[in-house]
Ligand binder design. Sequence first.
Ligand code: PEP
Ligand code: MN
Length: 354
Amino acid sequence: MIAVLGPDCSLQQKAEIVRLVEGHGLRVQVSETGDASLVAVIGGGGEGIIDRLRSHPAVLELRTDAPPYTLVAREQRPEGSRIRFDGFSVGGEEIVVIAGPCAVESRDGILSAARAVAGGGARMLRGGAFKPRTSPYSFQGLGVEGLELLAEARDATGLKVVTEVVTPGEASIVAEHADVLQVGSRNMQNFRLLSAVGEQPRPVLLKRGLMATIEELLLAAEYVVTAGNPRVMLCERGIRTYETSTRNTLDIAAVPVLKERTHLPVIVDPSHAAGRRELVASLSRAAVAAGADGLIVEVHPRPDEALSDGRQSLDPAGFEELMDELRRTAAAVGRHVAPGEPVESRSEAPADRV
Ligand code: PEP
Ligand code: MN
């Protein structure tokens, strides 16, 4: 529920309204949008508080049909939120590309992937150290050693590091090494995990669950924000449908729908949606055209040897091509992608020889 206060509401009246709401055991968040102040009542509210607010002279309007996700609702920040990193931000004009292997497998592999994607114009390096795998017999990731290798790759390239947190207890160790904490699809409704990453001083990349509605995704984001962390990016990565020709069905409409409903930036993962590398460029172009703020793409120095998701991973040359195509698509919708480094000025050996 949101109470809209008019431009002539005094500070004293604002404080009175906050006290009134808190007196009913509810939390409030006040935000200023142009002429009006919006008082978001977090956690709903019964008839008692509704009547008191409705009859308060400073309340212009009471929106009781506001969505259940209060803090992430578009209304809170109609201009959209930006997540700032040094040198770039997510949610602005730039389409930010996050790229790297599904999992960190070795020191050479991750350094090689990092150099390749940095050269192509990626801003952030992805790579799982703690991997949530469908089968207990599959590669589970290198754990803390993987985090250390990611940090080394960041030092070597300047890329920010995005990596998954699988359990609440690991949130702080991952936050010590990574720049962005990823919550994977299988954990989108692990509410203790959402609160744990919400307590860390790092932005969160929250992936949509395999079977989650957009409202469920937004409520999951609300968990992170209510735990104290407003820096959340949402990720559409395909949902499970009856269709079997792709690994998941990319819900491209989720991009404009999310843009309508929330101020949080929206990232698209074409790799897990497609399941095969041939489709990654088309889905990426569609995502940019639909208004996504960024992409997270799997890139491996030698996809055929990858320990996970090789079939959907681009090789370094494929990534270069993708970035060239994205530069054109981004320009067509008034946005841009970071420039890559000219091949001749790249300091290290080409990725496919490392
Ligand atoms: C991943 O990013 O490697 C991953 C496991 O993704 P998702 O949670 O979307 O399946
Ligand atoms: Mn993967």
